[in-house]
Write a protein that binds this ligand. Structure first.
Ligand SMILES: Cc1cc2nc3c(=O)[nH]c(=O)nc-3n(C[C@H](O)[C@H](O)[C@H](O)COP(=O)(O)OP(=O)(O)OC[C@H]3O[C@@H](n4cnc5c(N)ncnc54)[C@H](O)[C@@H]3O)c2cc1C
Length: 412
């Protein structure tokens, strides 16, 4: 029977954000990372293609090597990793219950960092009607099957979605000997960067079907076909395939945040945090894709490093969440962090992260308080659906701490 214990900092989730946090903190205090999978590393461990590490490790790496680098960094710094163990609930303000092969026990901590990441919403949550055959997967399930369990997946796949992760699914399908016969996206074209779209179409020969939805899945035992409906004309086409991969459409793994009663942002559905990544519960912090579903791994890892100052501050002095509430105006779906203190510490990388439902090629971003524009900037990068839109946090420099909520909006 495992014994209850107490640590200075408990990190829940051993993905890039949790491991980077542990690697930065462990030199100065006792840090325990609890990870439910058999090996820490998070999503990149399953994602065996390049594209990781640019902003945090300053080089391009394949997912598994990147995951291993952060795992090693956390161990080398002195963090303890408890793998194959899941945090299942709260037993106190900063105390959780853990289920592991050794049994159930409690871990109390002076500070808790939630780093539980995101998941893609499966077919049922996307409400795609039709038969319920085998062969319908999310990208995460596909990569688990191919990279970790070396299973076959099929011969002809339809990928639902056109985000960066959708191209990751295409690569994995190809590696498993499965051709992608169509990528179906509700937007005019695939949402990933133009370079990915070009490479995807030219090198991987994937036909992208824009402005369309998969409206039915057919097949008794195994997927036989899907029906694709054009949003403009309503015309329906049947596409023969034996595999369907639903990609993107993220939801934070927020069960622990919910059960702790943390304030959640209605847009991200993750905890509402301030620029230092404090939640509204004293001594409880959140990092990574749990906060911004979903960004790249390097940005998640940089969150992990950024939160360290606030954790230390809490351990030394007990600082709590501060700032003025920031809200997003459509077509922005959300903005993170949700609280920023005028004149205080800027958010990680001095960027607000947000998500748009409409493409704006050269956007002007405005911050409004009390009906008055208090900050404005034009970005030289577009606000595009399917990927995080980064906003220089300087647009909040003139926010007044006494004047209430700030709204961030886009102008063409
Ligand atoms: C298919 C795919 C391809 C991608 N390709 C790229 C790419 O090329 N480049 C790039 O930069 N990014 C890529 N990403 C994004 C990248 O993987 C994420 O940004 C990154 O993994 C986020 O890190 P995280 O630590 O926030 O969350 P995660 O990596 O999701 O880690 C969260 C961890 O928490 C654990 N956990 C959750 N709940 C509990 C619990 N209750 N108890 C214990 N443990 C728990 C999970 O098991 C998981 O290991 C890709 C994502 C996907 C899905």
């Amino acid at each position: 029977m495992a014994e209850d214990r107490h640590v200075a900092v408990l990190v829940v989730g051993g993905g890039p954000s949790g491991l980077a946090c542990a690697a930065s903190l462990a030199g100065s205090c006792e840090v325990l990372v609890v990870e439910r999978e058999q090996r820490a590393g998070g999503i990149p461990r399953h994602s065996d293609h390049t594209g990781y590490g640019l902003r945090d490790r300053r080089r391009l790496m394949r997912g598994p090597a990147y995951a291993e680098a952060w795992r090693t960094a956390a161990l080398d710094a002195g963090a303890e990793l408890l793998e194959g163990a899941m945090v299942t609930g709260w037993t106190g303000d900063r105390e959780v219950s853990v289920t592991s092969p050794a049994g159930r026990f409690r871990v109390g901590a002076d500070a808790v960092v939630l780093a539980t990441g995101v998941r893609e919403r499966p077919r049922s949550a996307r409400r795609i009607p039709g038969d319920r055959p085998d062969g319908v997967l999310t990208t995460g399930q596909l990569q688990n099957l191919v990279h970790l369990r070396h299973h076959e997946v099929g011969h002809a796949a339809v990928v639902v979605g056109g985000e960066l992760v959708s191209w990751s699914a295409v690569l994995t399908l190809r590696e498993a000997g499965c051709r992608t016969v169509a990528m179906v996206t509700p937007y005019a074209k695939a949402e990933a960067y133009a370079l990915f779209r070009w490479a995807g179409r030219a090198a991987l020969r994937v036909p992208v079907v824009g402005h369309s939805d998969v409206v039915r899945i057919e097949g008794r035992v195994r997927v036989r076909s899907v029906v694709v409906r054009d949003r403009a004309t309503g015309a329906e086409t049947t596409v023969a395939c034996d595999t369907v991969v639903t990609t993107g459409d993220w939801i934070p793994d927020h069960e622990l945040a919910r059960s702790r009663g943390l304030e959640l942002d209605p847009g991200t559905r993750g905890p509402a945090v301030d620029a230092a990544l404090r939640t509204d519960a004293p001594g409880v912090f959140a990092v990574g894709n749990l906060l911004h579903p979903a960004d790249t791994a390097d940005v998640a890892a940089l969150d992990g490093a950024h939160v360290v100052a606030a954790v230390r501050d809490w351990l030394d002095r007990g600082g709590t969440r501060r700032g003025v509430r920031i809200a997003a105006e459509p077509p922005l779906r959300w903005v993170s962090p949700q609280y920023v203190e005028p004149g205080g510490e800027p958010p990680a990388r001095e960027r607000l992260l947000s998500w748009t439902d409409t493409l704006v090629r050269r956007p002007v971003v405005e911050a409004l308080q009390d009906g008055r524009v208090v900050g404005r900037c034009r970005t030289w990068w577009p606000a595009a659906p399917g990927r995080v839109f980064r906003i220089p946090s300087g647009i909040l420099d003139d926010v007044d701490a006494t004047r209430g909520e700030v709204t961030v909006r886009l102008r063409a």
